[in-house]
Unconditional design. Structure first.
Length: 296
């Protein structure tokens, strides 16, 4: 007779948690990336953590521009640019403008495993769940939701429209003419106007600014259009160098008439031409030389 067998699952280990995730660890010896828990477990957008993990796994020299990241991820330009800004504000990503060989200015991207200027904050510990004894059923109490932490808003208030440049306000409010989707509120215009003023100060015209803000926008704007406009205005262009005036040509002398031969020649004061001056000076020199020989 065959031995009786049970199809029931094996009893779970006593040390394993009764709920939640259970990790099945595998020791990796190649093709892996180490990421700090402070980055992987930080609260916020999952796109930001995914972009950070992807950049951490890339070798040095791999392009990580918005266009390159959009080719890898299914998210659009707006979500990718927002993730890069969040990583930059958290200290994990830094973009520098450096002068390369030949004087060409390029933007280099530095990614830090630990935020620049400090150590990563440890993840917030979770509260252990109370153990309920199986012998005496306990009354279920609703879980106590922790009170939300209210932090003081230290972000500076945006300037009012009366304090910003009128030319910048006119450029931003007229963007809807080029693209009907670019409808901005008064707060958006007040926040973007200082950046537009910086572009105007370096010599960029209003038509060029409008073209830079409205060209090659994504087909679907998932969030407020002010965010993508703020990203495009984040770095003002280099100022146009002042053209150096060429050296002025020497002045042209007027025409004069020679007093001896009536020949036309150029001179500032007039008088005799070069040939007449030579003819008048040669006899004088000969007589003076003969007198000297007679005296000797």
């Amino acid at each position: 007779m065959a031995e009786p067998q049970s199809n029931a699952r094996l009893r779970a280990d006593a040390e394993a948690p009764t709920s939640g995730v259970i990790h099945v660890r595998t020791r990796l010896t190649a093709d892996f990336t180490v990421i700090a828990n402070a980055l992987a477990q930080q609260r916020g957008s999952a796109v930001t953590i995914g972009v950070a993990a992807y950049i951490s796994s890339l070798p040095d020299g791999t392009p990580v521009s918005i266009a390159a990241l959009c080719e890898h991820f299914t998210e659009g330009e707006i979500l990718i640019s927002r993730a890069l800004r969040e990583l930059e504000s958290a200290g994990y990503l830094e973009r520098r403008r450096e002068r390369g060989p030949g004087g060409v200015i390029r933007t280099r991207t530095y990614f830090y495993d630990v935020p620049a200027g400090g150590t990563p904050a440890p993840p917030r510990p979770r509260r252990p769940r109370p153990k309920v004894s199986r012998e005496t059923p306990a009354a279920r109490t609703p879980p106590q939701t922790p009170e939300p932490e209210t932090a003081a808003d230290t972000s500076p208030a945006p300037p009012s429209l009366a304090e910003v440049d009128e030319r910048a306000v006119a450029i931003l409010t007229s963007l809807r003419i080029a693209d009907p989707r670019l409808i901005l509120s008064r707060r958006d215009v007040a926040e973007l106007a200082p950046s537009v003023s910086q572009w105007l100060c370096v010599g960029v015209g209003s038509t060029q600014i409008t073209r830079a803000l409205t060209t090659r926008l994504p087909d679907h704007l998932l969030t407020r259009p002010a965010r993508i406009l703020a990203f495009r205005l984040s770095e003002p262009p280099l100022p146009v160098p002042t053209p150096v005036a060429p050296p002025s040509p020497p002045p042209v002398l007027p025409w004069r008439t020679c007093h001896g031969c009536d020949r036309a020649f150029r001179s500032a004061n007039g008088g005799h031409c070069r040939d007449c001056r030579a003819a008048h000076e040669q006899p004088t020199a000969a007589v003076s030389g003969e007198d000297l020989r007679t005296a000797c």
